[in-house]
Design a binder for this molecule. Structure first.
Ligand SMILES: Cc1ncc(COP(=O)(O)O)c(C=O)c1O
Length: 375
C-alpha cells in the first residue's frame, strides 16, 4: 500500500466499538471492571483514543508498537531511560537543544554518559564507540543546519555491534522517511510539529522496531506516566490525515524560498538539502521521499537577523515548526539556547542564523515579505 493511502487507512482509524470513522475522544480515566476484565483498566496504562494513535504511528513507521507521550521530550526521556548506570550513548553535536539538555544535564544522574559527535562523518562514529556504548541517537536532517547522516549505513553497522539506533524523525515524518526500514530500532517524534501540523498541541511519539523494545518502552510509559491525553491524541490523528497534502505543498514552497534566498546578496548561506549543491542532497534523496519543509539561512550580520525577526509580516516568530503557518526561529536563543555559546558557534549556529519552517501560505507572498525586509 502506498504511504499516501496508509496515512488514511491503517485499520485503526475507525472506532472498533461503534464504527465511527473518526475514533472518538474517550475522555475517561478509568474503566468499569465489574463484569469481566475489559481491554482497558486505567487511562495511564491504556486508552482507546491513544491506542488508535499508537497503532497508526506504529504502522506508518513500520514498527511493532507505538507509544504516545505528553511531549516529544517525554518520549525521548522514556527512551533514554532504557539505559542505565554505566551505559554510554552517542548523539549528534547539533542535536535538538532539549535532547542535548537531557543527555548533558540529566543523564549523569542516572549514571549514563554520552558523547556528541558529527554523525554525518561515519568514521567519527566508529572512533567514538566505547566498550560500554549502548546506543546511537540520530537526527537526519539535523536541526537547525539540516545535515544528513547515512541512516542505512549507520543502522547496519550498529546492528552488527549490538548497538541500538534511535532516530528522531520529527523533521521528515514517516511520509518522507521510515528509519525502521533501514534497520533503526526506535523512532521518536515531536508530534507537536508536522504530525499534529496546526501548532495547537504538544505531543511525542515513540515507535519500537522489536517486541522486546516495545515491552520495555511500554513499561516505561506506564511507569513514568507522561502519557498523551485522549483529546490531544485525537488532534494528532486528525493532523496525520492531512500530512501528505500539507507536506507536499510546504516542501515545494521551501525549495522555492531556498532557491531565491540563495541568490540574495544579504544571505551568506542557505542550508536546505533540497538544493542540488547542498552536501546532503544526494544522500537524503537516496533515503527519503522528499527534502522536508524546514530550511535555515545565515544572513550577513546578526543585526539583519534581528531586523527580519521584528519586521517580518507573515511567519510567526516563535519556537517550533511544522505548523500550517510559517514559523521563523532564532536557534541561538530558541531551540539551541541550552547549548553553550562557544559550542554553538563551533557547530556553525551563528547569531546571524535563522530557521524557517515553511507553512501553507503562498511561497510568493512569503518571499515578498522576506525580501521587503531584507531590502
Ligand atoms: C527534532 C526535535 N526533537 C524533539 C523535540 C522536542 O519535542 P517537544 O517540544 O514536543 O517536547 C523538538 C522540539 O522542537 C524537535 O525539534
Amino acid at each position: 500500500m502506498d504511504i499516501a493511502t496508509k496515512l488514511l487507512h491503517t485499520g485503526a482509524e475507525t472506532d472498533p466499538y461503534t464504527g465511527a470513522v473518526s475514533v472518538p475522544i474517550y475522555q475517561v480515566s478509568t474503566f468499569d471492571q465489574k463484569e469481566e476484565l475489559s481491554e482497558y483498566e486505567y487511562s495511564r496504562s491504556g486508552n482507546p483514543t491513544r491506542a488508535a494513535l499508537e497503532s497508526i504511528i506504529a504502522q506508518l513507521e513500520g514498527g511493532v508498537a507505538g507509544f504516545a507521550f505528553s511531549s516529544g521530550m517525554a518520549a525521548i526521556a522514556a527512551v533514554t531511560l532504557l539505559f542505565g548506570n554505566g551505559d554510554h550513548i552517542l548523539a549528534p553535536k547539533d542535536v535538538y537543544g532539549g535532547t542535548y539538555r537531557i543527555l548533558s544535564k540529566a543523564c549523569g544522574r542516572w549514571g549514563i554518559s554520552y558523547n556528541f559527535i558529527d554523525t554525518t562523518d561515519f568514521e567519527q562514529i566508529v572512533q567514538a564507540v566505547q566498550p560500554n556504548t549502548k546506543a546511537i541517537l540520530l537526527e537526519s536532517p539535523s536541526n537547525p543546519l539540516l545535515k544528513v547522516s547515512d541512516l542505512p549505513k549507520i543502522c547496519a553497522w550498529a546492528k552488527e555491534r549490538g548497538l541500538i539506533t534511535i532516530v528522531d524523525n520529527t523533521f521528515m515524518t514517516p511520509y518522507l522517511q521510515r528509519p525502521i526500514e533501514f534497520g533503526a530500532d526506535i523512532v521518536v517524534h515531536s508530534a507537536t510539529k508536522f504530525l499534529g501540523g496546526h501548532s495547537d498541541v504538544v505531543a511525542g511519539l515513540a515507535v519500537a522496531g522489536t517486541k522486546e523494545l516495545a515491552n520495555q518502552i511500554g513499561f516505561l510509559q506506564n511507569t513514568l506516566g507522561g502519557i498523551l491525553g485522549p483529546q490531544d491524541s485525537w488532534l494528532i490523528m486528525r493532523g496525520i490525515k492531512t500530512l501528505k497534502v500539507r507536506m507536499d505543498f510546504a516542501q515545494q514552497g521551501a525549495l522555492k524560498i531556498a532557491q531565491a534566498l540563495a541568490k540574495h546578496p544579504k544571505v551568506k548561506h542557505v542550508f536546505y538539502p533540497g538544493l542540488p549543491d547542498d552536501p546532503g542532497h544526494m544522500l537524503l534523496k537516496s533515503q527519503a521521499d522528499g527534502f522536508g519543509a524546514v530550511l535555515s539561512f545565515e544572513l550577513q550580520t546578526p543585526d539583519l537577523a534581528r531586523q527580519l525577526m521584528t519586521k517580518v509580516k507573515y511567519p510567526a516568530v516563535a519556537v517550533s515548526l511544522g505548523g500550517v503557518e510559517s514559523i521563523l526561529s532564532y536557534p541561538a536563543t530558541m531551540s539551541h539556547a541550552s547549548v553553550p555559546p562557544q559550542e554553538r558557534s563551533a557547530l556553525g549556529i551563528s547569531d546571524a542564523l535563522l530557521r524557517l519552517s515553511v507553512g501553507l501560505e503562498s511561497p510568493d507572498d512569503l518571499l515578498e515579505d522576506l525580501f521587503a525586509v531584507l531590502e
